[in-house]
Design a protein around this ligand. Structure first.
Ligand code: TYD
Ligand code: MG
Length: 457
């Protein structure tokens, strides 16, 4: 195929140049020029003015039938949950995660299930057919109707899609696919963007469901341009510690369902298995109460999860004390330490502070604030928090404790797992008593510290 004519477009300002340069001549940003195909076919806009092109009709919203989108399950309940109830015909899903976390495993299992009722195709650019067959054997899946293609050239993949008309296709991974029309290397921003856009176009035109695997950068974001996340319908991320057996799949964007929905899996000898009741997964079992540990209830999507937050505060010997957080926002930690100093008189400027959410779970909601502060205070004083304590609540810059959404559900889950004291924002305190749980409402951070001290005695 002949090379299409290309030029270079700035991803910041949209400026166009014929030759690549390190700096955009229009807006002077560095490293923003990416290769793009020049649209051919004459002047795209003139046709419409002459009324030659077919224009989509203008209709009233009320005249359109609001039919529910038909979905089909993947046979893996936890995967369907993050997808918002299953896959959608013509939907495009992007699934990102660290290498070796289980993306290929999950998708192979899902496709094998789907192959019993749908025409499916697994396009692999990363592994050979033999490698995938070996994995399939290990997973003991029924591979009779599971079609495989080891191909990385976009035009050939598109040809297969048109020819074989599969209903569900996995592209593993989008970074290995390249288009002949561009001269940039596979995996480059231009290639990834172009290939994803073309595949999405085909999905929308033909109703094929496409699941693309995406690599993540060292910072944990999907490698490739941000526009990739805008092109597709659903973006899922694999989270979790590769050393532990638990894996979380989180929806960060979903045009067909709720975001922040979480699927929980365990990696076993026979692939990924869904964990249907994960609320106690992220608690480490201490025989005796330890300092620096505080359990919080976080609400992930539609499900409350109990997560242990650990803190270690230790005298610093460096000119700048270290603040390190795993699974929680680092900037938020600095802010919380400032609040602790200003509103509770507890200084940590000469202390290294480390915090960790147990089990590799990432907590993005601010309702973790109170647990972080209590764990830090507990570690600093080397005094364990009362047994059976569970907390949640956002901490504001003025030292106030703000309510968290769905307080009742969080409390009920904590009570179910045997927690006996809950320290929560005052406005979250339920009107009716929850069996077995003493609920203490707090308004300010110093108030929370005092009430916990009293509860511990
Ligand atoms: P994989 O799906 O290849 O990861 P990705 O595609 O995200 O890079 O996962 C490979 C890891 O999973 C590897 O470390 C081995 C482990 N694994 C199991 O523990 N059990 C299994 O049944 C399979 C297939 C893999
Ligand atoms: Mg893989």
């Amino acid at each position: 195929m002949a090379k299409a004519k290309t030029n270079y477009t700035c991803t910041e300002c949209g400026g166009i140049t014929n030759k690549w340069a390190g700096q955009c001549p229009a807006c002077s940003q560095w490293n923003t020029l990416v290769e793009t195909i020049i649209e051919t076919g004459g002047n795209r806009f003139s046709n419409q003015h002459q009324g030659l092109a077919q224009t989509a009709p203008v209709v009233s919203l009320s005249d359109i039938d609001a039919i529910d989108i038909p979905r089909f399950g993947t046979g893996i309940e936890e995967f369907d949950r993050v997808l918002g109830g299953g896959l959608v015909a013509g939907g495009v899903v992007l699934i990102g995660g660290d290498p070796g976390i289980g993306k290929s495993t999950l998708l192979l299992q899902a496709l094998a299930n789907l192959s019993r009722v749908k025409k499916v195709l697994y396009v692999s650019g990363e592994e050979s057919g033999a490698q995938i067959a070996m994995r399939g054997k290990r997973l003991s899946i029924d591979a009779k109707d599971l079609k495989l293609q080891a191909e990385i050239q976009l035009e050939k993949i598109l040809h297969t899609l048109i020819e074989h008309k599969p209903e569900v296709v996995v592209i593993d991974s989008i970074q290995t696919v390249y288009s002949d029309a561009l001269s940039s290397a596979p995996g480059s921003v231009a290639q990834v963007r172009e290939c994803a856009a073309q595949l999405t176009r085909v999905a929308k035109q033909t109703g094929i469901t496409i699941i693309m695997v995406g690599h993540v950068t060292k910072e944990g974001a999907l490698a490739g341009p941000r526009v990739l996340e805008h092109i597709v319908d659903t973006v899922l991320y694999f989270e979790g510690d590769t050393h532990s057996s638990f894996r979380l799949v989180r929806a960060v964007k979903n045009r067909f369902g709720a975001v922040n929905e979480l699927g929980v899996f365990a990696m076993t000898e026979k692939g990924l298995k869904g964990v249907s009741n994960p609320s106690a997964l992220f608690l480490s079992q201490h025989d005796v109460a330890v300092a620096g540990s505080c359990v919080m209830v976080t609400q992930e999507g539609t499900r409350p999860l109990l997560v242990e937050i650990q803190a270690l505060v230790d005298a610093s010997h460096a000119p700048n004390a270290r603040r390190l957080s795993v699974g929680l926002d680092q900037n938020r930690l600095a802010m919380l330490l400032a609040v602790l100093h200003r509103h509770a008189g507890i200084a940590a400027f000469d202390q290294d502070v480390f915090i960790n959410a147990v089990g590799g779970v990432k907590i993005t909601e601010p309702a973790a604030d109170l647990a972080v502060l209590l764990a830090i205070n507990s570690s600093m004083r080397n005094k364990p928090l009362p047994r059976g304590l569970v907390v949640f609540g956002e901490v504001g810059l003025a030292g106030e404790i703000r309510p968290a959404p769905r307080g009742q559900e969080r409390l009920r889950e904590a009570a179910k797992l045997g927690f006996s004291i809950a320290v929560i924002p005052k406005s979250n305190v339920p009107k009716h008593k929850i069996e077995g749980l003493t609920v203490i409402g707090v308004e300010r951070i110093d108030d929370a510290l005092n009430k916990i001290r009293d509860a511990g005695e």
